[in-house]
Design a protein around this ligand. Structure first.
Ligand SMILES: [Fe+2]
Length: 219
């Protein structure tokens, strides 16, 4: 069977980058790994040379360990759209806020994006084989979002640093809010319990398992 989802767990702080391969091209969730390294890891010849038709980069939030290679992906695929919430715009221009300082240097990001702020529950893509919907889930950062991707009838929720298997993202960094992340968890818990969850770090899960075993879902 054709591969539809590839996890690339090679970003800084072991962040996960995901490649969703639809019939009409590839969507990248959190470009935290370079196109060259991803090409080698995924065995997708031509990926780094702009030959694979990457349609869009979906950014779950503005932390460096999730967006480190956004410029390299954009250089290889200049027509790819970047989806990002302007509620995290302050992180882009500040190496402390985007946490790049943790790697010993500060990175300032300056890219154009399609703004996700205010788009809760709306479709970014709606086509025969794939649809992508955005859910704003502030808490880890103000502009954190989750992406609900349906491909060939299978639903997958990419949660960034909002929900991990058994936990949630930290809220003690700039823009974080413990109160907001709990509200976001409540919103997510109303989705289909059979939903597969793909976090920004660590293993995947299902919403049903998180509702049962993740203590933050029963607070
Ligand atoms: Fe983060």
């Amino acid at each position: 069977m054709e591969r539809r989802l590839i996890t690339v767990p090679l970003g800084p702080l072991e962040s996960n980058m995901y490649l969703i391969t639809g019939d009409t091209g590839i969507f990248v969730v959190d470009p935290s790994v370079s196109p060259e390294r991803a090409e080698e890891y995924c065995d997708l010849p031509g990926l780094s040379k702009g030959e694979c038709h990457v349609r869009a980069l979906l950014l779950t939030h503005g932390h460096h360990d999730h967006i480190k290679y956004v410029n390299e992906w954009q250089d290889a695929y200049p027509t790819a759209k970047i989806f990002f919430s302007s509620n995290d715009r302050d992180l882009l221009g500040n190496g402390y806020m985007n946490c790049s300082y943790m790697e010993g240097y500060e990175v300032i990001y300056d890219f154009k994006y399609s703004n996700l702020a205010g788009m809760y529950g709306q479709n970014l893509v709606k086509e025969e084989d794939i649809s992508i919907k955005v859910y704003e889930t502030p808490g880890h950062t103000m502009g954190s979002v989750c992406f609900l991707v349906t491909i060939d009838g299978e639903d997958m929720l990419f949660t960034g640093d909002t929900v991990f298997r058994g936990s949630v993202g930290r809220t003690d960094m700039p823009g974080g809010s413990g109160k907001d992340i709990m509200k976001s968890v409540k919103r997510i818990s109303k989705l289909d319990p059979g939903l597969k969850i793909y976090p920004g770090h660590g293993p995947d899960s299902t919403l049903g398992d998180e509702i049962r075993f993740n203590p933050f879902f029963s607070m």
